[in-house]
Design a protein around this ligand. Sequence first.
Ligand SMILES: Nc1nc2c(c(=O)[nH]1)N[C@H]1C(S)=C(S)[C@@H](COP(=O)(O)OP(=O)(O)OC[C@H]3O[C@@H](n4cnc5c(=O)[nH]c(N)nc54)[C@H](O)[C@@H]3O)O[C@H]1N2
Ligand SMILES: Nc1nc2c(c(=O)[nH]1)N[C@H]1C(S)=C(S)[C@@H](COP(=O)(O)OP(=O)(O)OC[C@H]3O[C@@H](n4cnc5c(=O)[nH]c(N)nc54)[C@H](O)[C@@H]3O)O[C@H]1N2
Ligand code: SF4
Ligand SMILES: [Mo]
Length: 707
Amino acid sequence: MTATVRRTSCNLCEAICGVLVTVEHGRVTDIRGDEADPLSRGHICPKAVALRDLQDDPDRLQRPVRRTADGWQEISWQAAYDLVARRLAAIQSEHGKNAVGVYLGNPNVHSLGALTHMPPLVRLLRTRNRFSATSVDQLPHMLASHLLYGHQLMIPVPDIDRTSYLLMLGANPLASNGSIMTAPGFAKRLKEVRARGGRVVVIDPRRTETAAVADEHHFIRPGTDAAFLLALVHQVLADEAEDLAPYVDGLTELRAALAGWTPERAAPVTGIDAEVIRRIAREFAAADRAACYGRLGVSAQRFGAVCQWAVQLLNIVTGNLDRPGGTLVPRPAVDILRGMSRGHAGVWKSRVRGLPEFGGELPAASMAEEILEPGDGQIRAMVTIAGNPVLSTPNGRRLDEALGTLDFMVAIDPYINETTRHADVILPPTPPLERDHYDLVFHQLAVRNTARWNDAVLPRPADARHDWEIFRGLGFAYTKATFRPSRASRLRKALPSLVTLRLKPKQIVAAGLRTGPYSLSLRKVRKSAGGIDLGPLQPSFPERLKTRDKRINLAPSLLLDDLARAQEALVDRDREGAGLLLIGRRHLRSNNSWMHNSSRLVKGKPRHQLLMNPADLSRRDLADGQRVRITSAAGTVDVEVSATEDMMPGVVSLPHGFGHSKEGTRLSVANQVLGVSANDLTDPALLDDVAGTAALNGVPVTVTACP
Ligand SMILES: Nc1nc2c(c(=O)[nH]1)N[C@H]1C(S)=C(S)[C@@H](COP(=O)(O)OP(=O)(O)OC[C@H]3O[C@@H](n4cnc5c(=O)[nH]c(N)nc54)[C@H](O)[C@@H]3O)O[C@H]1N2
Ligand SMILES: Nc1nc2c(c(=O)[nH]1)N[C@H]1C(S)=C(S)[C@@H](COP(=O)(O)OP(=O)(O)OC[C@H]3O[C@@H](n4cnc5c(=O)[nH]c(N)nc54)[C@H](O)[C@@H]3O)O[C@H]1N2
Ligand code: SF4
Ligand SMILES: [Mo]
């Protein structure tokens, strides 16, 4: 028999599970969990089968296509590179460098070739109009880490395998498989916490799958977690229960700033009793080893930065930061922090609304206006890489219109979807099973230090290209198209990027492993079945801190100053008469905006409905199952409503990434998936002002019967 079993990993979410893939006659016939993987220990979820569907999907592009009056036409790789380079160069030479905008989508962080080769290409373009999924996602985590620990990616993760008290806000790892915390088999790990006698507390406006297996769950009014978290910190300080490391400064300032943020103040704001808040603060402070963790629900909201700061504060003031069983910064075998900027905030502002950059990127919520608003610096061409911002960013409908007005657009993406249908050229990379993989990002966020190299499971067809080959091809073509002998100095500046583009991802990983903290050879990592176990996370502060004085300042002025905005919006505002607030939702069998084309993944009960508390329904004379009209400041959608006591009264939930079947897309399965795009409702004006993160959660809406 010709069946062979090959080891690889699933890169569809942050859990990076090890998988065993059976290949027969060049086709995948089975995918299962790899027990030998020291991190994932055999776990996989239903999404892993989609790796195979992705491989076999007839809708997936395999060669570059160009949009013509007669529809999409295949062109050669070199012709595509040259065309794209020529158009981008011409637009920049006429309108300036910033006339080219870039959107970097989520799957970039899941691809080795994108991580090694996309940044040098983007640097070559020298535009300030750079956007990414960061500003609809984890930006507040990065801002807090930048300000507290001196590096945007020095993000402590909960030491879930040793903790005895886990406080989780705005996260539903039983659906998402965990995020900014790579912990494959999260449900099992959670069970182990409880089996050890530990306690799990979940704060979420929906009684989620995760809340259902926790010891305790509390509803919270969306967008008010800052008040809850600050009250916890306040209480710990008021009890004088703090346990500060010697390298921590700023306690006096923090104490003063939090004087008014009492549990009594937080109670009416959040909907959680003052007594409950006080008890949680005391239990957390008294626990042997405790970890507080807040994810998307407390990140993509109006006070995301204050929330992520307060999460860190709680861990720090209770002595749980950098302690086994608390939160620790992983030490992966390739140290990605070394070559990366520590981060910066507000060094420049966006052209139209004056929004702050973070780490060299502008808020995704400002993309449409930067394309539509005429003037110097207006975006006239877009490069989208692994992103579907029409479904993923606020007021996608307006962005959809904006993309239609561009002079030129190129997408690096395997699908013709809601976003890429606007492109003039689409360059499709190889699918995951045809690529080598080493996880540069998620080992940095994993709850255990491990290292794993995977060779591609299947060979790439001769006329297919890996993403890194595409970035290389574009980079060289662009350099050629923009070269002027009179400006040879420019070339010198571009040289480091061009040198990186010449390398192969494998060479970059090998060098990273060799010079990394464990001095590993790629050969050794490659030989170890399932990956090398480098052990549990270890304390590393203050030595590893990237702040200049190797100390942590609890009270950075940027965040202290934002407390006034929180006070005004959360505390001083009259909450009477407030309408419904919309929040997001994820499902195990769905992945952001793009995996709905796998029929085996999307089968089963529909999961696109608006969830709403029965009391809210009856107050509006609405019934379970009915089609309702949701209206926000940004737009209107009609969708079925599903009644559930799992929703906090006054809050409704809609998943994002639905609402396909737009004209011109090529998604045969996805176009049959029902639902609407939640981002036709989210409002680009609703931001976390400090960081520019979109407030995707806590959007004011009304729900009425469909006329
Ligand atoms: N309302 C609301 N909106 C949200 C969220 C929410 O919770 N609520 N969540 C936000 C979050 S956290 C995120 S991360 C964003 C994600 O939003 P995006 O950044 O748009 O990412 P995806 O939706 O994952 O889009 C994936 C795109 O990449 C393409 N793709 C898939 N694999 C590859 C590959 O290997 N290479 C290339 N080049 N392309 C590939 C797909 O075809 C698709 O076009 O959405 C955000 N939007
Ligand atoms: N199956 C699947 N897995 C995924 C994804 C997917 O689409 N599908 N997406 C991946 C991506 S890109 C990411 S970023 C991660 C995200 O990982 P998670 O953050 O775990 O994902 P969500 O399920 O969006 O969880 C957010 C939770 O916040 C709650 N929430 C909303 N607003 C508030 C609020 O104001 N306060 C509080 N306390 N809670 C609030 C929501 O009810 C929801 O339960 O998941 C990743 N994994
Ligand atoms: S949890 Fe599922 S989607 Fe995530 S890496 Fe594991 S198998 Fe893949
Ligand atoms: Mo995300």
